[in-house]
Design a protein around this ligand. Structure first.
Ligand code: ATP
Length: 143
């Protein structure tokens, strides 16, 4: 059974966000990438359906970029907690059904959970756990 194509938005195209966005696109999904820095957007623009230079704190800019039409948003902004939280709220206000968000620490995690993020992720510690399992069980097939 073939999966229905879903529309994703990735906001924050650092190492983590860029990897998620381009992999999702390579897997055949529709992907909108957004970053405030043109040096992050331009190199991958032709690999995504749409790539926009915008400030994630700007609700109108995110609306115009088409964030509200996406099925899932991933907020992959790390250091700037204000931008991360405002962007999470804007995605919800625009009606994105699923909002996944990168958290930087425990308190940040709790805030994101409180404001209704669908899933709060910690990429570094999650990959650390995954690598530990691979090292512990080297014959296990990776996924
Ligand atoms: P990573 O750990 O994924 O490599 P990083 O170390 O480059 O990320 P972060 O602060 O986590 O730095 O930012 C991730 C991305 O989010 C960067 O590409 C940055 O330009 C982008 N970003 C930061 N603030 C905003 C904002 N207000 N609006 C849109 N994008 C932003």
């Amino acid at each position: 059974m073939s999966r229905k194509k879903r529309a994703f938005a990735v906001i924050g195209l650092g190492t983590f966000g860029r990897q998620v966005a381009t992999q999702l696109a390579d897997l055949g999904n529709e992907v909108l990438g957004i970053d405030i820095d043109e040096r992050k957007v331009n190199p991958i623009a032709d690999r995504l359906d749409q790539a926009v230079i915008a400030d994630a704190r700007d609700e109108q800019a995110l609306k115009e970029a088409g964030l509200g039409d996406c099925d899932v948003a991933l907020v992959a902004i790390g250091e700037d907690l204000e931008a991360n939280i405002l962007c999470t709220m804007t995605a919800q206000i625009l009606g994105v059904p699923e909002v996944w968000v990168k958290a930087m620490n425990k308190m940040h995690h709790r805030i994101l959970h409180r404001i209704g993020a669908t899933r709060v992720i910690h990429p570094e510690s999650e990959i650390g756990t995954h690598v530990a399992h691979m090292l512990h069980t080297p014959y296990m097939v990776d996924y």
